[in-house]
Design a protein. Sequence first.
Length: 151
Amino acid sequence: MKKLSLFISIILFSLFITKLFAGKHYASGKARVVDGDTIVIKKERIRFGGINSPERKEVGYQLAKDKLIKKIANQVVTCVREKNKDKYQRTVAECFVDKESLSSFMVKNGYACDFIYYSKGKYAEEQKYAKSKKLGIWKMKYNSSWEKKCG
């Protein structure tokens, strides 16, 4: 009887925790890639916080987008939302595939940069590595205005 009571208590607690956090702080599901720092999960547009990848018509845009598509493949993406949305009303979040940060992956491999104004240098080491190895965008002749946003 004690085991059954404990089991029921655990189930009820688990349901409570799931309801408490469901949808508030996390977004999870299959993602559609918009560009190198933006995805859509279940119609929610999510901007990766603290990084910046080239915009449409900029050098490296298609490379960054294609690499993110390949990285995500058909896997479930889980995002931890930040409190505030960006100026375009997109959710800002750090997103993961198999516990690996997509932001960290994109910066370390040279497909995005550490957007220091927002990141406060969170991805500085990854960017230093990518630049020193001339990975991704760092080996291309990119728009210098893009680099001004980088740390």
